[in-house]
Design a binder for this molecule. Structure first.
Ligand code: 1CP
Length: 356
């Protein structure tokens, strides 16, 4: 155990909302808050490559703190990317400006055996170190999120070699090579569990699993190839944390576009379900009634382009429709690079102006 004597936490709104307790104000954070819409991040990126930032704890820490310095957010998230796992498994990942991630030698049925699972999480130790440093530098101001991609989302990038409009190459595996797909998803599941437990051991106070590519599957495929692994991840993290004799942390699942199985998501062992921007808050609450989970979301990231008064109205309406119980405010997907920084301020101020 890495014992670190972290500063006392002063703002536990998110942790309370995740556990079903009542915070003093609605908590808010923003997916991809430490990224490209921030002018200070773009300045920083001129001096450092993407993976240099990820792999250098001092730099990752500095970027993680940027949105916290600028805004009154209720959580920080460690600066990293979901694709550090394929990288740690031995795949080349390049971050191309304006394009996104590129894996020049995608996974194939023939090169599958070259994946290096052994030692993968120890090759990600820099993430743990960045988390520990950031926990200290946050001085207890807000809790720190750790995160990982979900098995299916990682499988998608590994096989497609980058972003894709259809994920047809990865889906082809599901139909033509179901056994090998299960092997790959199981391998990723084991690495993700060990990776998230390592993040918690190093100081992450809440962790989120991003299944950003859930929307490419239907209920049948998601039930067969995703839900069992997501459940194993939640159970595996709890067991791993218990084994280390440290405190359990809330677990968040964001399965973007998986409307077809919101009720099943509530049975997997996560404390919070991320809701994407296409979902109707009232229907979400009806589906999740008595399921003992909190919800997170789901303002359309494009609502940040609206004029100030319109944005305020959209935010207030969203809160009315979700209700304030067991609720963490966020966008319904990551913030876009051209989101106006003033709109983020309006979003946060509007939420914090609401009396509970
Ligand atoms: O504050 C933060 O959230 C920053 C940390 C962070 C996170 C949580 C980054 C930095 N990436 C992620 C998660 C991530 N990465 C996801 C899940 C969330 C989501 O669905 O948006 C996904 C799908 C990725 C993959 C990825 N990395 C993309 C998407 C590509 C596509 O297919 O559309 C992109 C553009 C990246 C690069 C990236 N990651 C992070 C940043 C700041 C950037 C921009 C790269 C740069 O600075 O040049």
């Amino acid at each position: 155990m890495v014992s670190q004597n972290f500063p006392v936490l002063k703002n536990d709104r998110i942790l309370k909302a995740a556990k079903g307790e009542k915070p003093d104000k609605l908590p808010i954070w923003i997916m991809r808050q430490a990224g490209r819409y921030l002018p200070e991040f773009m300045e920083f990126r001129k001096k450092h490559s993407f993976f240099e930032i990820c792999q250098t704890p001092e730099l990752a820490c500095e970027v993680s703190l940027m949105p916290i310095k600028r805004y009154d957010l209720d959580a920080a998230i460690i600066f990293s990317d979901i694709l550090v796992i394929p990288q740690a498994l031995g795949m080349t990942v390049e971050m191309k400006t304006g394009v996104g991630p590129v894996l020049p030698e995608p996974l194939t049925v023939d090169n599958y055996k070259n994946l290096k699972k052994e030692g993968a999480v120890s090759r990600l130790k820099y993430v743990g170190e960045a988390i520990t440093l950031t926990r200290h530098r946050l001085e207890g101001k807000v809790p720190l999120f750790g995160f990982s991609g979900a098995p299916w989302t990682l499988m998608g990038y590994m096989i497609e070699g980058g972003g894709s409009k259809t994920l047809s190459k990865a889906k082809k595996w599901l139909y033509q090579h179901p056994e090998l797909s299960h092997q790959l998803l199981q391998l990723l599941t084991e690495v993700i569990i060990e990776y998230l437990v390592m993040q918690i051991e190093h100081g992450a106070q809440i962790v989120q699993v991003f299944d950003s590519s859930a929307e490419y599957l239907n209920k049948h495929l998601y039930t067969k190839f995703c839900l069992p692994y997501l459940k194993k991840i939640a159970t595996g993290i709890r067991e791993g944390v218990k084994g280390l004799k440290i405190e359990q942390v809330p677990l968040v699942l964001f399965a973007k576009g998986a409307h077809f199985c919101l009720d099943e998501q509530a049975t997997l062992g996560y404390d919070v379900l991320g809701i994407d921007w296409t979902m109707k808050p009232e229907s979400v609450r009806t589906t999740l009634k008595d399921k003992n989970v909190s919800v997170q979301g789901n303002l359309d990231p494009c609502a940040l382009y609206a004029p100030k008064e319109e944005l305020k109205k959209l935010v207030i309406d969203m809160v009315k429709n979700f209700g304030t119980d067991r609720y963490i405010v966020n966008l319904g997907h990551g913030i876009y690079p051209d989101a106006p920084v003033e709109s983020v301020q309006t979003f946060i101020d509007t939420i914090h102006s609401i009396d509970l």
